[in-house]
Design a protein around this ligand. Structure first.
Ligand SMILES: Cc1cc2nc3c(=O)[nH]c(=O)nc-3n(C[C@H](O)[C@H](O)[C@H](O)COP(=O)(O)OP(=O)(O)OC[C@H]3O[C@@H](n4cnc5c(N)ncnc54)[C@H](O)[C@@H]3O)c2cc1C
Ligand code: SF4
Ligand code: SF4
Ligand code: SF4
Length: 405
């Protein structure tokens, strides 16, 4: 009997499904919408490869970072900062690989607002992968595809949550493909399911009758360190979500809708799996080391896990300002480099309630102690922010609020 990770520990990384040459494993959504491996006993020949590739049941696939060499950098992209979630680190690495004829893998969101991993080989497709999508991305067959490219001698940049990067290395049986394969793992708070997100969008639609379908959704505004999602209906322009409608991200920050494995995550620490770790550089300049650049539009944290940045920096410098920093500064405000999100017992029902069409967003928020009313204070705050934005003073405002927070 083949033993894969149990339901609470399984991250859904899909290494097992990718490795099975008999296609005996399907990744099937459970009642909360999280993908779980399902073995077809008729197809399975009990070769054991799936268990061997699983980062949870076979720790051999892990490649721990070199603590002696691990170094933190601040990165600000010259061109991509205003279209990225933080400083644009992803785009900088991606451009470097694409210009060498390589393939870049990452999470995209399509017209149906479904999130999954894809590979791109053209600079003009970079926009498909930019931006954080706070949903678990489906891996599909991308580990197999990436391996095929590596075998053909192409460079590959594979990006994702640390459990996905661990899944890739598990699938590759720990082979590093040095000089050809580069991986970026995100500092990761946790992931909700696609089903939860779909149900949330249905509830938003109910709150906004007459505006048509939801055509697009951005989890973060791109031109600043800001977490307000924006939404585009067929019949309206882009608009920032109102405080009371933001239940999805409010629940995300409280860790109320995460996959169960996220509360027991092996990767919420400085033992990293990727070649580099990327994140927002929260608190840069505030922990005993000055940072002289403007932080208003976001700064990326890049952790070089194997000490290879000095070899690459000359190439990356053409795309970004890169400054060596300190690991203690990198960790200071990054909870998810210290420990996983603690599980709140309310999590027993939150995902079910988000999915339940009879529970409105307001009732959901009320039940779980999330903001549910557009208070006078929140409306005023939004109004002032929009005014400052329209006067072109938003970056100045962000700089000052960062400095004095
Ligand atoms: C679920 C999730 C949780 C996160 N938690 C934290 C956190 O706790 N602290 C922190 O500092 N940063 C966190 N981040 C990372 C942060 O939001 C930015 O994505 C990161 O700093 C990269 O920004 P960027 O400016 O370099 O590039 P961007 O262009 O903004 O980011 C694009 C990159 O993110 C990847 N990506 C986007 N969505 C997903 C997804 N659903 N699954 C896998 N990969 C995805 C893309 O493949 C691409 O590599 C999280 C990101 C995600 C997706
Ligand atoms: S044991 Fe082998 S054949 Fe069976 S599911 Fe796992 S990889 Fe596939
Ligand atoms: S390989 Fe990944 S998806 Fe498969 S059982 Fe292990 S953790 Fe789950
Ligand atoms: S918190 Fe851990 S288990 Fe959850 S998605 Fe992130 S890396 Fe994977």
């Amino acid at each position: 009997m083949i033993q894969l990770a149990n339901r609470l520990d399984c991250t859904g990384c899909s290494a097992c499904a990718n490795i099975c040459g008999h296609n005996a494993i399907a990744m099937v959504a459970d009642e909360e919408g999280f993908l779980q491996p399902q073995i077809d006993k008729e197809q399975c020949v009990e070769c054991g490869l799936c268990a061997k590739s699983c980062p949870i049941v076979s720790s051999k696939s892990e490649i721990p970072s070199d603590k002696e060499k691990q170094t933190a950098y601040a990165l600000i992209s010259y061109e991509d900062r205003t279209v990225s979630s933080s400083g644009g680190a992803f785009s900088v690495f991606a451009k470097w690989i694409l210009r060498q004829g390589g393939i870049v893998y990452g999470a995209t969101i399509d017209d149906q607002l479904q999130v999954y991993h894809v590979g791109i080989d053209k600079l003009e497709d970079l926009g498909k992968l930019r931006g954080s999508k706070y949903i678990q991305s489906k891996i599909g067959n991308t580990y197999r595809e990436a391996k095929d490219w590596l075998r053909k001698g192409r460079k590959v940049l594979y990006t994702g949550t640390p459990c996905q990067i661990a899944g890739l290395y598990g699938f590759l049986n720990g082979k590093k493909y040095e000089g050809s394969l580069y991986t970026l793992d995100l500092v990761c708070h946790g992931v909700p399911s696609q089903k939860g997100f779909d149900a949330y969008l249905d509830k938003i639609k109910k709150n906004c009758p007459g505006t048509g379908n939801i055509e697009a959704f951005r989890f973060r505004k791109f031109d600043s360190w800001d977490y307000r999602p924006a939404i585009k209906f067929t019949e309206s322009k882009w608009k920032i979500l109102k405080y009371a409608d933001n239940a999805y991200m409010n629940a995300f920050f409280e860790g109320l809708t995460f996959r169960e494995s996220c509360f027991r995550c092996n990767y919420c620490n400085t033992d990293r799996v990727g070649t580099f770790t990327i994140a927002d550089f929260w608190g840069i300049g505030k922990h005993g080391h000055k940072f002289k650049r403007n932080v208003a539009c976001g700064v990326s944290l890049v952790i070089d896990n194997y000490g290879i940045m000095p070899q690459l920096v000359e190439n990356l410098n053409q795309y970004a300002y890169i400054e060596k920093r300190w690991m203690d500064e990198a960790v200071a405000e990054q909870t998810n480099l210290k420990h996983p999100m603690p599980r709140n017992e309310m999590r027993d029902n939150t995902v079910k309630d988000m999915i339940d069409p009879t529970i409105s967003l307001k009732d959901f928020s009320k039940k779980y102690g999330l903001p549910y009313q557009n208070t006078i204070k929140s409306v005023l705050k939004e109004g002032v922010k929009t005014l400052i934005y329209n006067l072109g003073l938003y970056n100045l405002y962000k700089t000052l609020s960062y400095k004095f927070s």
